[in-house]
Write a protein that binds this ligand. Sequence first.
Ligand code: KG4
Ligand code: ZN
Length: 322
Amino acid sequence: MKILAIESSCDEFAIAIMDDGKLLCNVISSQIDQHKEYGGVVPELAARLHLQNSGWVLREALEQSKINIEDIDMVAYTAKPGLIGSLIIGKVVAETIAMYINKPLVPLDHIEGHIYGAAIDHNFEYPVLAMVVSGGHTQIEIVNSPMDFKIIGATEDDAIGECYDKVARVMGLEYPGGPLIDKLAQTGNPERYKLPLAKNDDSYDFSYSGLKTATINLIHNAEQKGEEINKNDLAASFQKSAIEIIKIKLNRAIEQYRPKTLTVAGGVSANSLMRKTILELGKDHNIKNTIIPEMSYCTDNGAMIAKLCYEKEMFQNKNKIR
Ligand code: KG4
Ligand code: ZN
């Protein structure tokens, strides 16, 4: 079964082709350089650039996979959530291909896709506990099968990646600031600045606006007083607070749900402290199947959508036969 999958929910237009679960290509056109000068993603520009990029990305994907478009059995695409203009371009391209080759069209969820990014090179044993950390989402999900996702907690305001990017902007760093804060934090002292933990309560929900405001206020207060902020120490202190609360809540969620697989998904899963934290949690709770996705499957890509589509198909076919 050959699946062509399109991901276009934000500022990446990406196409992957997967053959019976084996990835044949994972082509991504990123727009980071074009959005950098505005300090964040401009939705209108993202959609326009998708229009420009979709043609060559498709040609490149077919070329790398060494297959003809007629050989595709199924076309999957990210239907939600995301920027509406960006999503529409992906949907139209997917629909056009599916109509041309007269094959099924499969609309999929971006967050579910991120979770299955971790399953591209590894096997999931269910239930899976997935920590989703991206620019738009922060949520804990229990996955019982590729058809059964349960959100047990989510952010009430800013997502963790959004918080990273907004703090980074005030620190004078380029978009996307998340990876730059991560880099600065490597040589910083995480105990230097005292910052609050985001929503340290009994729920599995998160709230990152308090940490964002506290960090930005700290920078502004120092500026007013003419004091120098140590960027490495601030990055390390911010990162410690941002991820400590995830550790606290996951500790509790693991005790309650006893998952067979622990994983992390979304752009912020590329973060070094996040990866270390998840591995430590897996070790502490003796979860042998603790999966940290490959770096190339952390941020938006088509491979994760292809894998989600493949696993859903396999699951549905298995249950049909029974
Ligand atoms: O999943 P993604 O590519 O797009 C969304 O669906 O949102 O995530 C992008 C987010 C951005 O906020 C970016 O700053 C963050 O992931 N990010 C990181 C790192 N790499 C990417 N945040 C912290 N540390 C990183 N190493
Ligand atoms: Zn994403």
